[in-house]
Design a protein around this ligand. Structure first.
Ligand SMILES: *Cc1c(COP(=O)(O)O)cnc(C)c1O
Length: 472
């Protein structure tokens, strides 16, 4: 046996290679309240319940109670009524997937079901469509505001549509879709409407209480039939929890599963998981109980202040601009010609800041995504200085050009017929031959991915994933 101390020491050492999850310098993936003691509370609660199994709520009534408490809290925040019900899931993707599944199952007469999505809807809906064999019908958003266009969406709804989706806000640009208009057209056609508030659902109601003009986007809006909100984002809970709310129990039924056709226990599942750890649920419950409305309000104030100050810092740096005025806590930053965006990301990384590259799509140019949290409050000027220096360095370095021969090779590659060999060649060209992890600087690789068509980019990255996940 290896001693517990030794194993934990190794784990700690491994974790030093990761981007930091606290301190506000990692501007995607992580959500830091900045509050002392919150992690310890969550870890203690997680430990108390991680061996409990949500598979059977009658055997583990504590988990049932905590789930109902969390759903009630989400429902209160999002305009739910006494008829609102919900489920705690493993994350936003699962919540979105279950909304699609429930809509498909709720329309058994539709043999070729579709889901109408604005082009900015989260990729989770494409995953749902892929897995559940529902066809995604993608509607372009307004090319300048990046908001969904209710009239184009209305024209797209037909007798095969089982679900219409809008975001509050969209992940890529941080803007709110016109929820009320879209919900009205969905309701007029008798079609379900899901509001993806995975990222905004726990913070925007507090912004409204603080006096920011935030349109209604939850069940207060006529026609909204389901809403997703992630607890592991702006509720500052450990990873592994989200809530999917439905306007009533009938709408939810379709994502439940019961399997009695085997000799074992009747498998009865409310979500995609069957055995479900009580750990993330208990941790989320403890964090939500502890922070309460006043705690979340104070955190929302800190985020709002940080967003405004970060925005002002960005506005003061020449050569960069925001793609949209932020409606929430997300910023999408792009660069002028002559300043290579991906080089800016590398330069920021070298200065200890992680910003997330997003590729061009429709009218949206390549940009850097920033998720702002309370941990950014107070360090906005430091961010501004790092950005100013990074932009200056990127300007001096000049644009990253993909070699013509590589560009031609990429243009000819058939994503469906990509061979291991071709992929190996590409990796070698990108300086990643030998399977030795990621290079320090990603600008060259991002430039190649940026010119690859989305289908090819998907295939290349899947191949890459296959190489990453190999037994050590
Ligand atoms: C994060 C997010 C999701 C997916 O959530 P995961 O927890 O990463 O699975 C879906 N929709 C929106 C708007 C999001 O921000």
């Amino acid at each position: 046996m290896r001693s517990a101390e030794e194993v934990l020491a190794e784990l700690r050492a491994l974790r030093t290679a990761d981007v930091p999850t606290h301190g506000g310098h990692t501007l995607a993936y992580v959500y830091d309240s900045g509050l002392d003691g919150l992690d310890e509370l969550a870890a203690a609660a997680h430990a108390l319940a991680s061996s409990a199994n949500g598979l059977d709520p009658t055997a583990f009534p504590s988990l049932l109670r905590m789930e109902n408490d969390l759903v009630a809290a989400a429902s209160r925040l999002l305009g739910g009524t006494e008829r609102t019900v919900g489920s705690v899931t493993s994350g936003g993707t699962e919540s979105c997937m279950l909304a699609v599944l429930a809509a498909r199952e709720g329309n058994p007469g539709v043999t070729e079901p579709t889901v109408v999505l604005p082009s900015t809807a989260h990729a989770a809906f494409h995953k749902a469509a892929h897995l559940f064999r529902v066809r995604p019908v993608v509607v372009p958003v307004d090319p300048t505001s990046f908001r969904a266009d209710p009239s184009s969406m209305a024209e797209t709804i037909d007798e095969n549509t089982v679900l219409v989706v809008a975001s509050a806000p969209s992940y890529a640009h941080g803007v709110l879709d016109p929820i009320a208009e879209i919900a009205a057209v969905a309701a007029a056609r008798g079609v379900r409407m899901h509001v993806d508030a995975c990222i905004g659902g726990w913070v925007l109601p507090h912004f409204r209480r603080l006096g920011k003009a935030v349109p209604e986007f939850g069940f207060a809006v006529d026609g909204v039939t389901s809403v997703s909100v992630d607890l592991h984002k702006y509720a500052y809970c450990p990873k592994g929890t989200s809530v999917l709310l439905h306007a009533d129990a009938e709408l939810r039924r379709g994502h439940f599963f019961a399997g009695a056709g085997w000799p074992g226990y009747t498998m009865l599942n409310s979500t995609l998981q069957s055995t479900r750890s009580g750990g993330p649920l208990a941790a989320a419950w403890a964090v939500v109980q502890h922070l309460g409305d006043d705690g979340y309000l104070a955190l929302a104030q800190a985020s709002l202040d940080a967003v405004e100050k970060m925005w002002a810092e960005i506005a003061a740096v020449g050569g960069v601009r925001l793609l949209a005025e932020p409606d929430s806590t997300l910023l999408a930053l792009t660069t002028d010609d002559g300043i290579d965006l991906f080089t800016v990301a590398d330069e920021m990384k070298a200065r200890g800041w992680y910003v997330q590259p997003q590729f061009a799509h429709e009218s949206s140019p390549a940009n850097l995504h920033l998720t702002i949290t309370p941990a950014n409050r107070g360090d906005e000027a430091e961010f501004g200085a790092a950005l100013r220096e990074s932009v200056a360095d990127a300007r001096a370095a000049g644009p990253v050009e993909v070699e013509e021969s590589i560009a031609a090779f990429l243009a000819d590659l058939d994503p469906d017929a990509l061979s291991q060999e071709e992929f190996g060649d590409l990796l070698a060209t990108a300086g990643m031959g030998g399977g030795a992890g990621l290079p320090e600087r990603m600008a060259e690789i991002n430039a190649m991915l940026a010119i690859a068509r989305p289908k090819l980019r998907e295939r290349l990255l899947q191949e890459f994933l296959g190489l990453l996940y190999r037994p050590s």
